[in-house]
Write a new protein. Sequence first.
Length: 311
Amino acid sequence: MKDNMDTKLTEKCFKGMAGAYAAMFTPYDAKGRVNPEMIARIIDYGIRNGMNGFYLTGSTGEWWLLSVEERKQVMDAAVKAAKGRCKLIAHVGANCTDDSVELAKYAAKVGIDWISSLTPMLYRTSFEATCYHYRTITAATDLPFMVYALSGALVPDRDIRLFDIPHVKGIKYTGRDYYSAQCLKRRLDHETIWFAGCDEQLLCGLALGNVFSGGIGTTYNIIPKHFAQIAKLAAAGKFREASKWQDEANQVVELMIESDNWSYRKAMMKFIGLDCGPYRKPFEPLTKAQENAYFKRFAALGIAKRGQANA
């Protein structure tokens, strides 16, 4: 009986999960507070343009600059806005594992579909520490868990152990070593779901076919239709057609990442009609002159229109 229940839970957690997910910006109002109304508008815009879901309070969502209570506010607002129309993955990673556990429990309480976490960032950064961190988080709820692998190397014979942890059902791999990803996926003897995390190489990851089922990224907030189309066309084997969408998307990515001041990324959202405010300190807000100059450069690409999210 238990095996049948486990099988049904596994099938349910994967249903409808493939496709394109925006790593959602955390928007602020004029006073620097989390802005639930703007979260709803970001989600509506994404869904209208093909997003299958949203990844909340990850690196793009400024998890390290938000309090635990603010992260709960983001979850609340996203669940209310989504209304079951898309999947929601909450990044619950924190420097303190107890905070991660609190966030994981809250995610389960309010109706988040999946939880996820980076590895420990400041202390105990060994693989054994990662396993302990993940085991502690996953033991707190029955929600499926997604490993968040950011920049670090994949080591298939080592990392396969992560998928032995109860409730670990997938991975967001923000790296470019697709060979190691394929090797690791091949070693697994049970179903998992994988998402490519490098926006500029989504099509490269999807071309592997049997490894990645979709992508999660920052630029998906700004031009969601592009990434939805890449995922859709790749699934249909139409890679040449998908490459045109990827090429356009990469022009936006190139402009977006040229500065280490991430407030420029949110400026792109303001350009399309979704004012999320600047990133929090230590990132500087843009001056009006900087913003206007950036808007002109973004408009010159001819890929996104000013105010298009409000159309």
